[in-house]
Write a protein that binds this ligand. Structure first.
Ligand SMILES: Cc1cc2nc3c(=O)[nH]c(=O)nc-3n(C[C@H](O)[C@H](O)[C@H](O)COP(=O)(O)O)c2cc1C
Length: 144
């Protein structure tokens, strides 16, 4: 199997309420479990940052479906990598609200604590996601 990691950002088409997020995560978790796709969805209110990892064809098919979804727009591919192992092997699709992440973790990747640099620099996005993975597994932060 050829393992890939894909990271994109997007903007919600309209403000989302928690039932919208639950619906997205419900579908994502069901489909991803069948496809062997794992990852994490981060949501800030203004944007989504998502990492998908798994077998190349499955990840690409998942990303194609996600790109067509009208619940978000301005879908920009940030990274497409061939890693040695998964970062989020424990999650069919983890969820983290960016407001729940400790500020010191955000400040490691952004001088002013704003998330914009994450949207523009793919290396920062990957480092940020790796930190989130560590944080979640260390603290067992409950994900939605
Ligand atoms: C921000 C966001 C993240 C999503 N993440 C996933 C995902 O990880 N896996 C997935 O199968 N669908 C995900 N979806 C849902 C897909 O866009 C799509 O609705 C779903 O895969 C069903 O596709 P279908 O109606 O073409 O069968 C996501 C949607 C949004 C808006």
């Amino acid at each position: 199997m050829v393992l890939v990691q894909l990271v994109y950002v997007s903007r919600p088409s309209r403000p989302l309420v928690s039932s919208d997020l639950m619906a997205i995560l419900g579908t994502a978790r069901e489909r991803n479990a069948n496809d062997g796709v794992t990852g994490m969805l981060c949501y800030s209110g203004d944007f989504f940052l998502q990492i998908l990892e798994g077998e190349r064809a499955r990840v690409c098919a998942t990303f194609q479906r996600i790109s067509r979804d009208e619940r978000h727009r301005d879908v920009y591919l940030l990274c497409y990598l061939y890693p040695e192992r998964r970062l989020f092997s424990e999650w069919g699709m983890g969820y983290v609200g960016l407001g729940d992440i400790p500020r010191e973790l955000v400040l490691r990747h952004s001088e002013d604590g704003a998330m914009r640099p994450i949207l523009t620099d793919p290396h920062i996005a990957m480092a940020f996601l790796a930190d989130i993975a560590n944080h979640v597994s260390e603290t067992q932060t409950a994900l939605l």
